[in-house]
Design a protein around this ligand. Structure first.
Ligand SMILES: [Zn+2]
Length: 101
């Protein structure tokens, strides 16, 4: 069977289990999600959930870009900054999940 493997003790639990039957560790913790399998998880998502996640990623990337621009040109006004970010970054969260529609 293909169940949830406990990240702590490697016990195999039911796919629907939230906590390990052996050690009680959470099986749904975000700690289980590494960057390398994040894309795979996104691909398995559909519709609304996927879009929400895409927006979250967009927000993170947006802030990172903002930090980066501010580092290089600390004297920009908020308006100039926003323009620069959008120019560099685009305005389409769908790019993070491939084709959004
Ligand atoms: Zn366990």
């Amino acid at each position: 069977m293909s169940g949830m493997i406990c990240p702590k003790c490697k016990t195999e639990n039911l796919q629907s289990a939230r906590f390990c039957s052996h050690c009680g560790a959470s099986l749904r913790s975000s700690q289980n999600v590494s960057h390398s399998n994040y894309t795979g998880i996104l691909k398995k998502m559909t519709g609304e959930k996927r879009l929400k996640t895409a927006f979250k990623l967009y927000e993170i990337a947006f802030n990172l870009t903002r930090e980066n621009i501010l580092e290089n040109s600390p004297h920009l006004t908020e308006e100039e900054l926003k323009k620069k970010i959008l120019k560099r970054f685009g305005n389409d969260p769908g790019r993070f999940t491939g084709k959004a529609r």
